[in-house]
Design a protein around this ligand. Structure first.
Ligand SMILES: *[C@@H]1O[C@H](CO)[C@@H](O)[C@H](O)[C@H]1NC(C)=O
Ligand SMILES: *[C@@H]1O[C@H](CO)[C@@H](O)[C@H](O)[C@H]1NC(C)=O
Ligand SMILES: *[C@@H]1O[C@H](CO)[C@@H](O)[C@H](O)[C@H]1NC(C)=O
Length: 456
C-alpha cells in the first residue's frame, strides 16, 4: 500500500460496524480452495479454505435491533458517546457477499467487483483467507514460495487489485482484546503499514473519538487511533502497472497508535514504513515489460510467483531476497532487470536494491529506518494473514502506482514515472462513475517450498 489513508471506500448508506455480533443476516464464508505444495507436481488441496469480509464494510447497528451505529461517515452520538460504550452497544452483522459486496467464489477462484449496486452502492472490498470459521490462515513465508493466477484485464487506471500479507492476529484480536466479541469470523483486527485510522473498531474499542468525516469520501473518516503492523505487498496492480513491496515496522504484531506514532504530521515519523521498498518494473526503467500486449500481457490471465529467500536457504534463516517470476501461456518469464543509470541490473528486492533505489531516486530510506528486511523477516517467521482487496484511492488517486508521482515532479527524473496513466486519472468519483464494472479475479493459490508451485 502507499498513501491509502482512506482506503475504506465502501459506500453503504445504511451501514456501520461494531464489536458485538448481529444476527439479522447469517454469516456464511464463501469457500475458496487453495493448495499446499511440497515438490514439483505434488500439491494438496486445502478444501476448508474460505474468505471473510473485513468488519469495516459491514452493517453495524444497536445490539438486538436495526438502528445504525454509523451512517454515511458519522457515528450515532447516542449509541456512541465514547469508544468503549459504542463497542458495547453496537453489533457487526453477517454479510450478503455476492448481493451487497460483489464478492463471489467458484472452486479456487475469487472475484472482487469494484462497484455493486444493491439497496445501496458498495465500493470495493477487502477479504481474508480463513483456516477455519473463527481463525485466519497464518502463512510463514520464509524460504517459501507463494503463487497465484490473476486476471486484471478489466482493472483500469486508478483501481488497485491487491494481494498482500498483514501481521494480523489470527483470531482477529479476540484473545488479546476480549471486548471484541466478533473476531475473525466477522473480519476484525485489520492492520497495515499505513497505520490506518479509518478502521472503525480497533482493539475492541470504537474509533469514534476524534472522528473526522473524510472531505472526499462520503463513507469514510478517521479517528484518533490507527492500527499498525508489518505488511508484505505481494501484488498491488491494475492492467497498467504492478508493484511488490515489503513495508516493515518498528513494532512486532498488530499495534494501535495515536498521535505522531500514526505519522499524522510527518509521513516518516510513525511506527511503520509507509513507502516500503517497491519493485515496479516501469518505475525501475523497463516500460514495455508489463501491460496490455507486453511481455507480461495483462489482457489475459497469468501466474505470479513470489519467492521469499533466506540467508541460509532454511525456514530458520532471515529474509535476504524477494524474487518474482511470471508464467503465462506455458512460458516462464523472469522479472525485468533494473534499467536506471547509476543502478545495477537488480531483478529482485534485496537490501542493496533498496538502498540503491532510495539513493538514486532521492527518496527517504524509511524502509531501513524501520528495520528493513530484518524486521519484515520477523513478521514472516511469526505468521501473516493473506489479504485480497479491490480499492480506489481518495488520498493520491493511485498515481504512486500507475502514473507520474508526486504531482509537480519532473517526470524525466528517475523514479517519478511509474506507469502510463494520466495524472488526471484515478479520481474516485470519475473511476466509480465510468468503470463500475471493473473487477479482479485471483485464483489457483499455491504455497510451498521454493520451486514447488509452478511448472513451465
Ligand atoms: C541457496 O540456494 C541457492 C539456489 O539453490 C544457492 O545458489 C545458494 O548458494 C544457496 N545459499 C546458501 C547459503 O546455501
Ligand atoms: C539459518 O540461519 C539462522 C540465523 O540466521 C540460524 O539460527 C539457523 O540455525 C540457520 N539454519 C540452518 C538450517 O542452518
Ligand atoms: C525492528 O522491530 C523491533 C520489534 O520487533 C524493534 O524493537 C526495532 O526497533 C525495529 N527496528 C527498527 C530499526 O525500527
Amino acid at each position: 500500500m502507499f498513501p491509502k489513508i482512506s482506503l475504506i471506500t465502501f459506500s453503504l448508506v445504511a451501514v456501520a460496524l461494531g464489536q458485538q455480533i448481529g444476527t439479522n443476516q447469517a454469516e456464511t464464508h464463501p469457500k475458496l480452495t487453495w493448495q499446499t505444495c511440497t515438490g514439483t507436481g505434488s500439491c494438496q488441496a486445502n478444501s476448508n479454505g474460505a474468505v471473510v469480509l473485513d468488519a469495516n464494510w459491514r452493517w453495524t447497528h444497536n445490539v438486538g435491533g436495526f438502528t445504525n451505529c454509523y451512517t454515511g461517515n458519522t457515528w450515532d452520538n447516542t449509541l456512541c458517546p465514547d469508544g468503549e460504550t459504542c463497542a458495547t452497544n453496537c453489533a457487526v452483522d453477517g454479510a450478503d457477499y455476492a448481493g451487497t459486496y460483489g464478492i463471489t467464489t467458484s472452486g479456487n477462484a475469487l472475484t472482487l467487483k469494484f462497484v455493486t449496486f444493491a439497496q445501496q452502492k458498495n465500493i470495493g472490498s477487502r477479504v481474508y483467507l480463513m483456516a477455519d470459521d473463527t481463525h485466519y490462515e497464518s502463512f510463514q513465508l520464509l524460504n517459501k514460495e507463494f503463487t497465484f493466477d490473476v486476471d486484471l484485464s478489466q482493472l483500469p487506471c486508478g483501481i488497485n487489485g491487491a494481494l498482500y500479507f498483514s501481521e494480523m492476529d489470527a483470531d482477529g484480536g479476540v484473545s488479546r482484546f476480549p471486548a471484541n466479541k466478533a473476531g475473525a469470523k466477522y473480519g476484525t483486527g485489520y492492520c497495515d503499514s499505513q497505520c490506518p485510522r479509518d478502521i472503525k473498531f480497533i482493539n475492541g474499542v470504537a474509533n469514534s473519538e476524534g472522528w473526522v468525516p473524510s472531505p472526499s469520501d462520503p463513507n469514510a473518516g478517521t479517528g484518533n487511533t490507527g492500527s499498525c503492523c508489518n505488511e508484505m505487498d505481494v501484488w498491488e496492480a491494475n492492467s497498467v502497472s504492478a508493484a511488490f513491496t515489503p513495508h516493515p515496522c518498528s513494532v512486532d504484531g498488530q499495534t494501535s497508535c495515536t498521535g505522531e506514532d500514526c505519522a499524522i504530521q510527518s509521513r516518516f515519523d510513525g511506527l511503520c514504513d509507509p513507502d516500503g521498498c517497491d519493485f515496479n518494473s516501469f518505475r525501475m526503467g523497463v516500460q514495455d515489460f508489463y501491460g496490455k500486449g507486453m511481455t507480461v500481457d495483462t489482457s489475459s490471465k497469468f501466474t505470479v510467483v513470489t519467492q521469499f529467500v533466506t540467508n541460509n536457504n532454511s525456514t530458520s534463516g532471515t529474509l535476504s531476497e524477494i524474487r518474482r517470476i511470471y508464467v503465462q501461456n506455458g512460458r516462464v518469464i523472469q522479472n525485468s532487470k533494473v534499467n536506471i543509470p547509476g543502478m545495477q541490473p537488480f531483478d529482485s528486492v534485496t537490501t542493496d536494491f533498496c538502498t540503491s533505489q532510495k539513493t538514486t531516486f532521492g527518496d527517504t530510506n524509511s524502509f531501513q529506518q524501520h528495520g528493513g528486511l530484518a524486521n519484515m523477516s520477523k513478521a514472516m517467521a511469526k505468521g501473516m494473514v493473506l489479504v485480497m482487496s479491490i480499492w480506489d484511492d481518495h488520498a493520491a488517486q493511485m498515481l504512486w502506482l500507475d502514473s507520474d508521482y508526486p504531482i509537480g515532479a519532473d517526470a524525466t527524473k528517475p523514479g517519478v514515472a511509474r506507469g502510463t496513466c494520466a495524472q488526471s486519472s484515478g479520481d474516485p468519483v470519475t473511476v466509480e462513475g465510468q468503470t463500475p464494472n471493473a473487477q479482479v479475479v485471483f485464483s489457483n493459490i499455491r504455497f510451498g517450498s521454493i520451486g514447488s508451485t509452478f511448472t513451465a
